[in-house]
Design a binder for this molecule. Structure first.
Ligand code: ZN
Length: 362
């Protein structure tokens, strides 16, 4: 029989497909709202800082050129400060709304007075944007037991210190990154975003549990040719609203100079991140992503959570570093989370495209 009948839907399937359609319409509407609200801010000043006392990625000129272009599109002035002279003068520093730490590195790029001035600037509402080795800058005293700890304020501000031994995957292999939640910095990016990059590791380093990830790389293969625990899917870009009204955004992307000259998606990610930092009207709370969303209650939770999912199957619980902390949980039922530390977690089933977020708070 060659007749092509329309697909036959049972009433339940019809309801489900209506819900899915409604969901995607709402998602498109949210993206449209994001685009509408992302109008250029004016008169914002950005300090581009790229001092190194550790590994030098050789990106300061191309990074400054990229941010100069972005600044002119956003109506913002971007000032270059390769060595950090501005940090010596609180009055000069106060002229800036955002400081970009572009592939800075090492534990010896600002003296004690400059560090104090910067802390005061952050406490006055300053915002920061960190790129790649910005998490290999002033490593936290708890990272890898190295106890460098010259300036934990900085690592706690940027949200992480990259793991040592190894820091990252070998070379710049290509992997897929997926969006987590909805944020202006990823609104114009493909999902998944397949990119060649020197993907960092966090497991043995330092990582704040309240970083809110927006991009997560899929499982990678380690320099030893094996999939190690630190190769699990993990955040590559995140943000936080700071207690003193400023904002922090960081991306671990940006190893190769070509990112800054020949990668329109990298540029878009940084441009939209900068716009989010300088324009309060782009504020948007994290929301469930492209997938089906389970009901999670209560949220925030303390010791137990009730899950109810629109589909059957099992989920895993992932912490903010991307590590699976509870595997194979039924999609509907009560879950004991009393062993989980405070922080943000994800409930996920990739196969069924189910994705939820919850917070443990005690
Ligand atoms: Zn690198």
């Amino acid at each position: 029989m060659m007749r092509s009948d329309p697909p036959v839907h049972t009433p339940l399937q019809k309801v489900r497909s209506d819900i899915v359609e409604l969901y995607f319409r709402m998602r498109n509407a949210i993206f449209l709202m994001l685009v509408v609200t992302m109008t250029p801010a004016s008169s914002q000043r950005v300090l581009h800082f790229s001092a190194t006392s550790g590994f030098d990625h050789g990106t300061r000129a191309v990074s400054f050129a990229m941010f100069t272009g972005i600044g002119s599109e956003l109506g913002s002035e971007v000032i270059n400060d390769p060595l950090g002279a501005t940090f010596s003068d609180p009055t000069a520093l106060a002229e800036f709304d955002v400081v970009v730490f572009s592939n800075t590195s090492g534990n010896n790029i600002l003296d004690a007075e400059q560090r104090a001035n910067f802390e005061q600037w952050v406490q006055s509402g300053g915002s920061i944007l960190g790129i790649h080795a910005a998490t290999d800058t002033y490593r936290h005293s708890t990272a890898n037991g190295n106890n460098t700890g010259t300036w934990d304020f900085y690592a706690e501000l940027i949200g992480a210190s990259v793991q040592e031994g190894p820091n990252h995957v070998n070379g710049t292999p290509q992997y897929a990154m997926s969006h987590i939640g909805i944020h202006p910095s990823t609104a114009a990016l493909p999902d998944p975003w397949v990119k060649s990059e020197e993907y960092y590791y966090w497991e043995g380093g330092y990582f704040r549990n309240d970083n809110i990830p927006v991009l997560e790389v899929e499982q990678t293969i380690g320099p030893n040719g094996q999939v190690n625990s630190y190769d699990e899917p993990r955040p590559m870009s995140w943000y936080r609203e700071l207690p003193d009204d400023g904002r922090a955004f960081y991306t671990a992307l940006g190893h190769a100079p070509s990112n800054f000259t020949d990668d329109p998606l990298f540029r878009q990610h940084l441009k939209d991140a900068l716009l989010w930092l300088i324009d309060a009207s782009t504020s948007i709370k994290p929301q469930p992503t492209h997938d089906m969303v389970p009901i999670i209650w209560p949220n925030p939770a303390q010791d137990h959570l009730f899950f109810h999912s629109p589909v059957t199957g099992q989920i895993r619980i992932i912490d903010a570093r991307g590590s699976t902390v509870i595997a194979n949980v039924n999609m509907t039922g009560l879950i004991d989370v009393s062993n989980l530390a405070e922080g943000i977690y994800y409930a996920r089933n990739e196969l069924r495209r189910l994705n939820g977020t919850f917070i443990i708070q005690r």
